[in-house]
Design a protein around this ligand. Structure first.
Ligand SMILES: NC(=O)c1ccc[n+]([C@@H]2O[C@H](COP(=O)([O-])OP(=O)(O)OC[C@H]3O[C@@H](n4cnc5c(N)ncnc54)[C@H](OP(=O)(O)O)[C@@H]3O)[C@@H](O)[C@H]2O)c1
Length: 338
């Protein structure tokens, strides 16, 4: 599809949607964004998809719809996750015509614990977020003769300077390291933690828009796959980015946290923690449990589109996070003592 195509990006104030909207605009498309609360430009409108009718300005045919809106929290009930991540897609599919090129952002983790989006039971997934992303993929591919599903793993900022519209998800890690919210790194050191830059996702979406509608539903999976970072290397990069920034800011360096395997943690440390930690500490420890499943993935994702090494992009993104969240990044964690 040659520019200027009329393209609507949902979730356009988010980490991924913001980058996608800018890339499509730079490519010369007539690009608009929507999000629950709307954005700062006249091309960024407010629309709570699935809960409200679309604003009048959005009427008329769209050449492409890039669906990035989602609620990425892991702790919703299945009903809430369905309402957040499936109902908006259902509403969009009923709203756009068959001639619109629908490009749906999914997650590499939508394949849950079985490696497939087909299981319908939430038990086949780590959490209701993954489950709802799988439901959305099935809805899309069953309900449309043509669509693009784009799966990708964890997202960090741009390759040039680490900028992100919203630092959530992965950035729990630098934040927790600075605040002392985690007592140890509970992970398989050799596990893979696949990561892409927003540039990788936005560039891929721009190429899909340029290529036009596929003849049938099509899946792309972006990532490093076999060459993805190992958890240990990733933690090292995060720690060095934080400590370089802290040295420049005159703040003491963070110490390397001890590594524990999930088995060591669950069998020996957690029962001890339950007995001896106060309520606030226990809450943090319990919240931290949710990450274990993501830090113990020993099989790399099978990817269809390889991305370049992200080591320096992670470094830049963590430094950029520190600049923008300097109060948290300057914190001196208190040692964990019962
Ligand atoms: N970030 C990652 O690491 C990652 C990894 C893999 C896949 N993904 C996928 O990439 C996509 C984008 O994620 P993200 O990280 O960019 O999310 P994000 O930063 O949390 O942004 C979510 C965006 O969606 C909007 N939104 C949510 N529900 C909406 C609704 N019902 N109607 C309209 N707008 C709504 C939000 O608007 P408000 O701010 O106004 O609420 C915001 O603009 C999602 O499909 C996610 O599953 C993300």
């Amino acid at each position: 599809m040659k520019p200027p195509a009329r393209v609507l990006v949902t979730g356009a104030t988010g980490a991924v949607g913001g980058a996608v909207l800018r890339t499509l605009a730079v490519a010369g498309h007539d690009a608009y964004g929507v999000s629950s609360r709307g954005g700062s430009s006249p091309r960024q409108l407010a629309w709570r998809i699935g809960a409200e009718e679309p604003p009048a300005e959005l009427r008329g045919p769209w050449d492409a719809l890039v669906h990035c809106a989602a609620d990425t929290r892991w702790n919703l009930t299945a009903e809430q996750a369905d309402e957040a991540n499936v109902a908006p897609l259902r509403a969009l599919l009923a709203w756009v015509g068959e001639e619109t090129h629908v490009i749906h952002m999914s997650s590499s983790y939508a394949v849950g614990l079985t490696g497939s989006v087909e299981p319908t039971s939430p038990r086949a997934y780590r959490n209701t977020y993954e489950w709802s992303k799988a439901v959305a993929e099935r809805l899309l591919t069953a309900g449309r003769s043509s669509a693009d599903v784009v799966r990708f793993p964890i997202v960090v900022g741009t390759r040039s300077d680490g900028f992100l519209d919203r630092y959530s998800g992965f950035f729990w890690l630098p934040s927790s390291m600075c605040t002392g919210a985690i007592p140890a790194l509970v992970a398989e050191e050799k596990a893979y933690l696949d990561i892409v830059s927003t540039d990788d996702v936005a560039g891929h979406v721009a190429a899909l828009v340029a290529g036009g509608r596929p003849p049938a539903p099509r899946l792309s999976v972006l990532g490093g796959g076999q060459t993805a970072l190992h958890v240990r290397d990733l933690f090292d990069v995060v720690l060095s980015a934080l400590n370089d920034w802290r040295a420049e800011a005159g703040v003491p360096a963070l110490e390397q946290l001890p590594y524990l395997t999930p088995e060591q943690w669950n069998r020996f440390y957690l029962p001890f923690a339950r007995e001896h930690l106060d309520r606030a500490q226990l809450l943090r420890v319990t919240a931290f449990q949710a990450y274990q499943g993501y830090l113990s993935v020993t099989e790399p994702f099978e990817v269809t589109h390889d991305v370049e090494d992200v080591t320096s992009t992670v470094y830049r993104s963590v430094r950029r996070w520190a600049e923008l969240h300097s109060t948290t990044a300057r914190r001196v964690p208190r040692p964990w003592r019962p």
